[in-house]
Design a protein around this ligand. Structure first.
Ligand SMILES: NC(=O)c1ccc[n+]([C@@H]2O[C@H](COP(=O)([O-])OP(=O)(O)OC[C@H]3O[C@@H](n4cnc5c(N)ncnc54)[C@H](OP(=O)(O)O)[C@@H]3O)[C@@H](O)[C@H]2O)c1
Length: 345
């Protein structure tokens, strides 16, 4: 399978390391050999190759602040759109940053690839929140797959769980701790660390959004809530529909006083069916430290699905890092490979 990367940041590089380390297993166990034909970035060059690009060299180049055009046997490409229009990949990994004002340019990247009959895997939740219906229809029309497991709760199976394991059940609502950066900040602040120190720790771990204000202000959680509602509840919602409050106003004192009554604060995303449709919200809430949400510490995420036939079902992801999002790209890749290998037989 010929693959290409649009975005080669923390997530894509962690994924590149996994597929390089697992090359032999992918070939033997899944009959899958990968060749990287193009990589696009914003500030580290964009290249295609007539041969396969050595991913470990590409990772080292970007991590040393270099430019991908210096890699051997690569041809520089002027911009991402030209790369997408000209590259002969079977599958593109789109991992550019979240844009909370419309999801661009990722929506255009994905649209271009799908129209050209290229499968797309993304970890970018913007396109699912802003253009899910359109992109899903485009994928169907062009008989390719569009997968996005990493957009909510990293590699924990959320969309795959409902799609593959809950056939016939309806999702009526959900609630959850969906943003790792704010959860880490709140947990660190519980131990007396300052807001700034805690944010720095999230950035060091590579889990903060490119623009960390999107985490702090609740935008990331809001966009995830919309992605979940659009895919699992056919909500056709928009991030602006979410009643949103972030964690910027929370102080170490607030957390200390909550802990005196055995509670803590968590940023909770909710979707509820009401008479006027689906109501979406993101806000800090006081939770008992022994509750499911209150006990989620560090980068942990929790999602509680409310379904008609299966009642309440919770998924807990314990202290994920960037590797778990990279795993989402791997699981999407293998699912696409599996379904297309079957359809060829
Ligand atoms: N990090 C996580 O734990 C995590 C978890 C779940 C989901 N996600 C999502 O995954 C995506 C990637 O996250 P990340 O942490 O890898 O971000 P990141 O480290 O900031 O990397 C973003 C990459 O996109 C590139 N880029 C920006 N604009 C581009 C454009 N127009 N064309 C081509 N490349 C472009 C950047 O290039 P330069 O470096 O050259 O500027 C960089 O390589 C985001 O949408 C994020 O919300 C991340």
């Amino acid at each position: 399978m010929k693959i290409a990367f649009v975005g080669f940041g923390n997530v894509a590089r962690a994924f590149a390391r996994i597929i390089d380390e697992r090359r032999t297993e992918l070939a033997h166990r899944f009959d899958l050999t990968l060749s990287t034909v193009a990589i696009a970035t914003a500030n580290h060059g964009s290249v295609r190759s007539t041969d396969s690009i050595d991913l470990i060299n590409a990772v080292a180049c970007v991590e040393q602040g270099g430019n991908l055009t210096r890699l051997p046997q690569t041809i520089p490409i002027a911009d991402t759109q030209s790369l997408l229009e000209g590259c002969d990949a079977d599958l593109i990994f789109e991992t550019t940053p979240l844009n909370i004002e419309g999801g661009q340019p990722a929506v255009t990247h994905i649209r271009t690839a799908l129209r050209r009959g290229i499968h797309v895997v993304t970890a970018n939740k913007g396109p699912i929140a802003f253009a899910y219906e359109e992109l899903r229809s485009l994928a169907q029309e062009h008989e390719v797959e569009f997968r996005f497991e990493g957009t909510v709760m990293d590699g924990a199976p959320v969309f795959n769980l409902v799609e593959s394991c809950l056939p016939g059940a309806r999702v009526l609502g959900f609630s959850g701790v969906l943003n790792s950066t704010t959860n880490l900040i709140l947990t660190e602040m519980e131990s007396g660390h300052s807001f700034e120190e805690s944010l720095k720790e999230a950035q060091r771990l590579g889990i903060a959004e490119t623009n960390a204000e999107h985490d702090i202000d609740g935008w990331d959680a809001a966009v995830k809530a919309v992605a979940l509602a659009n895919v699992l509840m056919n909500a056709n919602a928009h991030p602006a529909d979410v009643a949103r409050e972030g964690i910027a106003g929370i102080t170490v004192e607030n957390l200390k006083s909550a802990s005196e009554s055995g509670s803590t604060l968590r940023l909770i995303a909710r979707a509820r069916l009401s008479e006027r449709g689906i109501r979406l919200s993101v806000a800090p809430e006081k939770m008992s430290v022994t509750s499911l949400f209150g006990s989620a510490r560090g980068t942990s995420n929790v999602l509680m699905l409310e379904t008609d036939l299966m009642g309440e079902l919770a998924i807990v992801e314990n202290n994920p890092g960037v590797e778990q999002t990279a795993y989402a790209l791997l699981s999407d890749l293998l699912n696409i490979h599996r379904s297309f290998s079957r359809s060829k037989k």
